[in-house]
Write a protein that binds this ligand. Structure first.
Ligand code: BES
Ligand code: MN
Ligand code: ZN
Length: 514
């Protein structure tokens, strides 16, 4: 009895339950046409054509102080300008913050999101419980709700926190953002879509932030299922036996040295009867490198993020389902645990994929393409998609080429490149095309059909995957380095960024409408 309860306790320690992602959204958000009385902080959004700033309930003294401060700081309402007045004369608030929005009609969505994030960061440094944001100087009703919803989204994204492993998590501030708008219903409707998107981002961040021994393949799949099924998404999880039965030896092999074997998660949102769009994400729940062991402590520690491609496709499908998008989209996430033991894959082994093609495992650390080869094959075989986008933390070579602000995209279809670029600009999850060619033979092997390494490094990964996409229109997104930030910046708190959720959600909508 005693051993049993100890064992149960140990299990609980390992698999801390995943709270519904929305609980991590600490920010309470209201849209109203009438201000409540008691805010500690008043924020006013100021368009650049404002000559004299004065709100309806301001006295002459208040207006005089504010306008003098604006002159001194040369605040003219240009986008992203910020001016704070402590204890403004004649107002009941502790702080008055002016934020410039420039010409609201020209303010890009991503700039409004960044402004919201900057505001969240600013007020989190104060004790304010109620933050009132007066948006009504943006008089155009459509622009007013668009900018307001985007700013509120930026607040949400920045305020996410991962603290499930703190024994005493900091209490969530009972902070309320009250947005004073021209039309509360319209603003609320705009915001509802953003809220679905934020929940998708949070789900991805939760999954990526999980340590390698907590978020192993089966646990990762269950956590995703718990979040996805309530949204009306059909979830299928294949275990290691089914993976072997279907012949996916390439997916299976990466985890064969771990006690946590391979899984494959399929999440289908059938929002229309069109031919589906398939998103395939790399879910390597930890990457030691295998027998080609990662030998620097920094490089191996960072590999908790090696499941970020899977998290991105899961988060995107969650966001699309939550907003009931009329789109047929399926996420396929091959899940592995790249560990070593007496049963682990060896450099030089040959694996057979579901498609029948064989791959020489020249390097056990090039495992992402091994699991994606079967993931892409499975998506084609079972869903006959009109297009496949795969996304993965695939190569260090990509980080060397483009750094961490862009992901690399590879495709032979110009319409996919064009629409992905557009999605990247709309969401500030930027992409940059790298050429697939002229590297036709870089992944050929002497002993098998294909080899999992080649040069140049990022292209070798792409070329191997292309083989499994066959004649289905396809794009490969290498997001190595984009999954995590070391310290908070913009819309990102420290830790997982949820990169890819916003990009893919936007891209699927654009591509489906073409
Ligand atoms: N998960 C890594 C790629 C990676 C590197 C992601 C840095 C994020 C930051 C991948 O599995 C890997 O190990 N790639 C190798 C491939 C090589 C052995 C052909 C690499 O890029 O070094
Ligand atoms: Mn690796
Ligand atoms: Zn990896």
């Amino acid at each position: 009895m005693k051993t049993l309860s100890c064992f149960a306790a140990a299990l609980m320690l390992l698999a801390a339950p995943v709270a519904a992602s929305a609980e991590y959204l600490q920010t309470k958000t209201n849209f109203t046409e009438r201000a409540s009385e008691s805010a500690e902080t008043l924020v006013v959004l100021v368009p650049s054509d404002t000559q004299e700033l004065s709100l309806a309930n301001w006295s002459n003294e208040t207006a005089a102080q504010v306008n003098r401060a604006m002159q001194v700081r040369e605040f003219d309402g240009s986008a992203k300008q910020q001016l704070e007045i402590i204890a403004p004369v004649g107002l009941p608030v502790e702080r008055l913050v002016l934020m410039g929005v420039g010409s609201a009609a020209e303010l890009p969505r991503v700039d409004a999101e960044e402004m919201g994030a900057a505001l969240a960061n600013h007020v989190n440094g104060t004790k304010a419980g109620m933050i009132q944001v007066d948006t009504r100087l943006i008089t155009d009703a459509t622009e007013n709700s668009r900018v307001t919803a985007a700013m509120a989204h930026g607040v949400d994204l920045r305020n996410y926190r991962f603290d499930r492993f703190k024994s005493e998590p900091e209490p969530r501030p009972s902070q309320v953002f009250e947005w004073l708008v021209a039309d509360a219903n319209t603003a609320e409707a705009h915001y509802a879509t953003k809220r679905s998107l934020a929940d998708g981002v949070f789900l991805a961040r939760e999954l990526v932030n999980l340590p390698g021994s907590t978020g192993y393949p089966a646990a990762f799949a269950e956590m995703a299922r718990e979040a996805l099924e309530p949204l009306g998404i059909e979830v299928t999880i294949l275990g290691p036996e089914q993976i072997l039965e279907l012949g996916m030896g390439s997916l299976y092999g990466v985890s064969q040295g771990s006690q946590h074997k391979a899984h494959l998660l399929v999440a289908h949102w059938k929002g229309s009867d069109d031919q589906p769009i398939a998103l395939v994400g790399k879910g390597n729940t930890f990457d030691t490198g295998g027998y080609n062991l990662k030998t620097s402590s920094a490089s191996i520690r960072a590999m908790t993020t090696d499941k970020a491609g899977a998290a991105a496709v899961i988060g995107a499908v969650a966001a699309l389902a939550a907003e009931q998008a009329p789109i047929n989209v399926v996420a396929v996430a091959p899940l592995s645990h790249n560990l070593i033991s007496g049963e682990a894959q060896l450099p030089g082994d040959v694996v057979t994929t579901g498609s029948g093609s064989t791959i020489e495992v020249a390097n056990t650390d090039a495992e992402g393409r091994l699991i994606l080869a079967d993931g892409i094959w499975y998506a084609r075989e079972h869903f006959n998609p009109r297009v496949i986008a795969d996304i993965a933390t695939l190569t260090g070579a990509k980080v060397g080429a483009l750094g961490t602000d862009y992901s690399a995209i590879f495709s032979e279809q110009d319409d996919i490149i064009r629409t992905l670029r557009q999605a990247g600009e709309n969401t500030n999850e930027l992409v940059w095309q790298l050429p697939l060619g002229p590297y036709a033979n870089i992944v050929s092997s002497d002993i098998a059909d294909l080899r999992n390494t080649g040069s140049p490094g990022a292209q070798a990964g792409a070329r191997l995957l292309q083989h499994f996409a066959g004649d289905t229109p396809w794009v490969h997104i290498d997001m190595a380095g984009n999954a995590r930030v070391q310290s908070a910046t913009g819309i990102h708190p420290q830790g997982a960024t949820g990169y890819g959720v916003r990009l893919l959600t936007e891209w699927v909508k654009i591509y489906a409408a073409e």
